[in-house]
Design a protein around this ligand. Structure first.
Ligand code: UDX
Length: 456
């Protein structure tokens, strides 16, 4: 099939590349001339495991190409994907100007039947708005289809090539047929293509992300409670996750959800509900709890240092919002850094992939290390914000030598508690017992007086 993909951000590029991989001829179009030129020369603009191989293979075999020329890209395309940003507007509602703008441009150029597929996460009713744009500008027949993406950064290629399900919102049989043919190679293992109306499909995407964000948030609250009642969140997690109705996945407590999707989508769904005079109370609680959870680690640090971080220096491992990505959007690490700096501390950070992005954002506000051990130099404590594999089994003796102390605040529960006892570390993680060592016991006892409030 001949396909055009408008927008070569994260979703557009993964979609275009993975569609080319099953033999389709894909032209990706973007307004960013420099980015397009780079892609034409085989330079991939994002870090996503496995994508580079497919990207280069499909370019060299002439199934994948890039252009800034929209008219050329859509001329012969049977299906036109729109993978454009829907950033939150000032009031939290999704800004549809990119999507509706692209729809207007396309509507003025087409001369034959097209299926217009929206991949972006959009509020319910967007397909109708896109249809209205086409109706206003052209008499050429189009079908507007909602086809949300469920790609996780870090495993997006696998998610696209072997999806749990493909959701397609359309009532047009012609469009259904084309979409079924297009996705057939991806659902060969029997996972379903779910057809529904456009609005249900649009809502499915928001509901999925909001549900997952709620699941994480619930576990974060359980973890916080575990600390107060001296229970172990790992045990509770396994205890509830063994129930099929709950499931083992997505139950890991941490520093709150981040990234480019969950925060934006939860907020947009809540706003959408408000516009329909519905008070979606759970989502409001989820947003409030998540904001607090992002700095739970700094609360622990403040308690440990008795509320005074002036002149203290911290090593921070992990900047990306999760492992296997360089994406730092809404990353808990940013909130942690901000609060440490506000309290007069200094920070040296390391992330296996996120360094360039963080340097661009924070400049000389923090120091940067070339590897995880270098970050530890002169640190009063190590904070861990992302569960990269490379942090999972470090050389603890070397760490102690470099830091001159054994103090770790771990927002991702990377280490076995008994191991930390054996190594004599002070180790404060999320929803688990606090491991103290003799040198720090006094400070810890002081810090953990019940209900103690540390004023900043
Ligand atoms: C998400 C959805 O999973 C995907 O289907 C959608 O299309 C886009 O948004 P992504 O943002 O890449 O994907 O990340 P995901 O792996 O879902 O994690 C989201 C956040 O939840 C991260 O901040 C992660 O650290 C956090 N998380 C996840 C937890 O805190 N605990 C968990 O158990 C799982």
């Amino acid at each position: 099939m001949k396909i055009a993909v408008i927008g070569t951000g994260y979703v557009g590029l993964v979609t275009g590349t993975c569609l080319a991989e099953t033999g389709n001829e894909v032209i990706c179009v973007d307004i960013d001339q420099l980015k397009v030129e780079k892609m034409q020369h085989g330079i991939i603009p994002i870090y996503e495991p496995g994508l580079d191989i497919l990207f280069l293979r499909n370019i060299s075999q002439k199934r994948l190409s890039f252009t800034t020329d929209l008219a050329m890209a859509i001329k012969d395309a049977q299906i036109i994907f729109m993978a454009l940003p829907t950033p939150p507007g000032e009031d939290g509602t999704a800004d549809l100007s990119y999507i509706l703008g692209a729809a207007a441009d396309v509507s003025k150029l087409i001369t034959s039947y097209k299926v217009i597929v929206n991949k972006s996460t959009v509020p319910v009713g967007t397909a109708d708005k896109v249809k209205a744009v086409f109706e206003a500008n052209t008499a050429v027949e189009v079908d507007v289809v909602s086809n949300p993406e469920f790609l996780r950064e870090g495993v997006a290629v696998e998610d696209f090539m072997k999806p749990d399900r493909v959701v397609i919102g359309t009532k047009s049989e012609k469009a259904m047929k084309l979409m079924t043919d297009l996705y057939a190679p991806y659902v060969r293992s029997g996972n379903p293509i779910l057809f529904m109306d456009e609005k249900s499909s649009e809502l499915t995407k928001y509901a999925a992300n909001a549900f997952l964000a709620t699941k994480i948030t619930f576990m974060n609250e359980i973890a916080n409670l575990c600390e107060l009642v001296h229970a172990d969140v790992d045990a509770v997690r396994l205890g509830i996750g063994s129930d099929d109705r709950i499931g083992k996945r997505f139950l890991f407590p941490g520093l709150g959800y981040g990234g480019s999707c969950f925060p934006k989508d939860v907020q947009a769904l809540s706003k959408s509900a408000e516009e329909h005079q519905y008070n979606f109370q759970i989502l409001k609680a989820v947003m409030t709890v998540n904001e607090k959870q992002k700095t739970v680690l700094v609360d622990k640090v403040l308690k440990y240092f008795k509320g005074n971080l002036k002149g203290k220096h911290f090593a921070l491992w992990g900047l990306a919002f999760k492992p296997e990505t360089d994406d730092i959007r809404e990353a808990p690490a940013l909130y942690i850094i901000n609060r440490l700096l506000l309290n007069g501390a200094t920070v040296t950070a390391f992330d296996p992939e996120g360094m360039n992005n963080i340097k661009g954002l924070l400049g000389d506000r923090i120091n940067y290390a070339n590897n995880q051990y270098e970050a530890l130099q002169d640190a009063d404590a190590l904070l861990i914000a992302t569960e990269w594999s490379v942090f999972r089994n470090p050389d603890f003796e070397k760490m102690e030598e470099i830091m001159g102390n054994k103090v770790i605040f771990d927002g991702r529960n990377l280490y076995d508690l008994q191991k930390m006892v054996d190594l004599g570390y002070y180790y404060n993680s999320i929803g688990r017992s606090l491991i103290s060592n003799s040198a720090t016991t006094l400070a810890i006892e002081e810090a953990h007086k019940p209900n103690e409030l540390v004023s900043l």
